[in-house]
Design a protein around this ligand. Structure first.
Ligand SMILES: CCCCCCCCCCCC(=O)SCCNC(=O)CCNC(=O)[C@H](O)C(C)(C)COP(=O)(O)OP(=O)(O)OC[C@H]1O[C@@H](n2cnc3c(N)ncnc32)[C@H](O)[C@@H]1OP(=O)(O)O
Length: 143
C-alpha cells in the first residue's frame, strides 16, 4: 500500500488538510486500486450517544469511493449514493474504510465501500459517480 496523493481540494470536509473542522482522512492505495483508510472518528461527529452520525458514515463511504475513482485517474462527482447501516459505528475506535472502483460505462463510474471494525462490516455503500472536467469541478472556487 502507498499513500494516495490528494488533489487540489485542500478544504474538502473529508480529506482537506486545511479544513480544521473536517475529518482530515488519509488514504492508502494498493497496486490493484483498493483504497484503505484507518481512522478514529472524534466525538464531535456524534449521532447516537457514543456512535458516529449517519451523515458522517455516508461521508466516509462517499469519500473513500471518490478516492477509488482518483486512483483510476477519474475526476467525478457523486450522482447516486446508497448506504446500508448494518451496525452502529463507534466513535474513537480504529475503523477501517475500504473502497474499490467496480466498472465504468462511459462517464458513469460505479464504486463500493465498507466500514469495518475488528473484521465486522458495520456499514457498506454503493455509488454512481459521473466524470466531470477539472474546469467544471473548480468553476466555483473563485466566488
Ligand atoms: C482538481 C482535482 C480535485 C479532485 C477532487 C475530487 C472531488 C470529488 C468529490 C467527492 C464526491 C462528492 O462529494 S461530490 C459532491 C456531491 N455531488 C454533487 O454535488 C453532484 C451534483 N450533481 C451534478 O452536478 C450533476 O448531476 C452531475 C455533474 C454529477 C451529472 O450531471 P450530468 O452531466 O447532467 O449527468 P446526468 O445526465 O445527470 O447523469 C449522467 C448519467 O447518469 C445516469 N443516471 C443518473 N442517475 C442514475 C441512477 N440513479 N442510476 C443509474 N444511472 C443514473 C443518467 O441517466 C445519465 O446517463 P446517460 O444518459 O449518460 O447514459
Amino acid at each position: 500500500m502507498r499513500p494516495l496523493a490528494h488533489g487540489a481540494a485542500h478544504h474538502c470536509f473529508g480529506c482537506g488538510k486545511a479544513n480544521r473542522s473536517g475529518l482530515r482522512l488519509n488514504f492508502l492505495v494498493s497496486d490493484e486500486g483498493l483504497i484503505v483508510c484507518r481512522t478514529k472518528i472524534p466525538a464531535r461527529f456524534e449521532g447516537p450517544p457514543g456512535y458516529v452520525h449517519g451523515g458522517v458514515i455516508a461521508t466516509l463511504l462517499d469519500e473513500a469511493m471518490s478516492k477509488a475513482n482518483r486512483a483510476c485517474n477519474v475526476i467525478a462527482m457523486t450522482r447516486h449514493l446508497e448506504v446500508d447501516y448494518r451496525r452502529p459505528v463507534p466513535l474513537r475506535s480504529t475503523i477501517e474504510i475500504t473502497a474499490r472502483h467496480l466498472k465504468a460505462e462511459g462517464r458513469k463510474h460505479f464504486c463500493e465501500a465498507e466500514i469495518r471494525l475488528h473484521g465486522e462490516t458495520l456499514a457498506s455503500g454503493k455509488a454512481l459517480f459521473i466524470a466531470v472536467t477539472k474546469q467544471f469541478l473548480l468553476s466555483r472556487t473563485k466566488d
